[in-house]
Design a protein around this ligand. Structure first.
Ligand code: 2AM
Ligand code: CA
Ligand code: CA
Ligand code: CA
Length: 275
């Protein structure tokens, strides 16, 4: 069995694990701030996924949100980047609209991505070079679009930050309508299926977007930071994911705002000499 087929089976089984586990009580705690929640189900699911991978592939490296990462030699062998529950706030409040997200790299190159909408048991996945699928149905390349006819995923929380809001408000004004799902991975899944045209996140961690980036690439979704630069895929970064035409329109709006660029690069600790 290929690593990709193993990953597809594993993510479906992990979804079933969460659906069963949710029927019993679980604890909710906060991490960095009162709105940054983690539950015992996040922790148990990541442990479940890690154990299943290590059982079959003890030499594979794993980076996940909730536990310390393996010491990663990102250039050789397999590297799994895992978010056991993406959209923990939705998991706690809504009991739906959350996902398991997995990105797999092989010898430093993208190999496969998988995003499971847990309550719908709906899987968006791709093995690099073989196209993207929703369950067993192959997806078409996404259409290009302009801002004026596009739905754009963007969180309200970033729109109220004084130092970065100006170009983001312009994008919200100019687009057909903004959307915010509360799960970066599910927003990627919608993008890949052609249900929204762009998704923007001022700060994501690798496990939030590595799966989506790999799958999106199969259908013409380009992932960069807000300024159109390549993301550092092992660190926190801003993420803009969209088609080629809309990417230029959005980055043109952002790049004309020097104040935004300064605030963005200071926040992400990017120096001109790093580029
Ligand atoms: P999570 O649910 O796995 O934490 C909307 O809240 C999206 O942003 C989700 O994908 C969520 O992932 C992610 N997110 C939440 N808090 C975050 C933080 N402090 N930094 C980066 N991403 C965060
Ligand atoms: Ca979290
Ligand atoms: Ca996440
Ligand atoms: Ca998470």
């Amino acid at each position: 069995m290929s690593v990709y087929l193993f990953a597809k089976e594993l993510i479906r089984n992990s979804g079933a694990f969460i659906r069963n586990r949710m029927e019993e009580s679980f604890q909710v705690e906060s991490k960095s701030n009162p709105n940054d929640l983690v539950t015992t189900v996040d922790l148990e699911t990541e442990q479940y996924i890690r154990a299943k991978i290590k059982e079959i592939y003890p030499e594979h490296n794993i980076v996940g949100e909730e536990y310390e990462a393996d010491i990663v030699d990102s250039k050789s062998g397999y590297l799994w980047i895992i978010d056991p529950i993406d959209g923990t706030l939705n998991f706690v409040h809504q009991r739906e609209n959350f996902a398991i997200s997995i990105g797999i790299y092989k010898d430093g190159e993208p190999y496969a991505g998988l995003i499971l909408d847990v309550m719908k048991d709906k899987l968006v996945s791709a093995e690099v070079g073989k196209g993207a699928f929703v369950n067993d149905e192959k997806l078409e390349t996404v259409k290009t679009s302009h801002l004026s006819d596009s739905l754009v995923g963007i969180s309200h929380k970033w729109l109220i930050r004084e130092d970065i809001k100006a170009p983001l408000i312009e994008i919200v004004k100019e687009c057909r309508s903004p959307r915010s799902l509360g799960s970066a991975a599910l927003e990627y899944a919608q993008l890949i299926e052609g249900r929204i045209e762009a998704a923007m996140f001022f700060r994501l961690s690798p496990w939030d977007f590595s799966g989506g980036k790999i799958i999106g690439n199969e259908v013409g979704i380009i992932t960069t930071d807000f300024l159109g630069r390549q993301n550092n895929w092992l660190e926190q970064t801003s993420v803009l994911a969209t088609n080629a035409v809309l990417q230029k329109e959005i980055t043109d709006i952002i790049k004309k705002d020097d104040g935004f660029i300064l605030a963005h690069d200071t926040f992400h600790n990017i120096h001109k000499s790093d580029l």
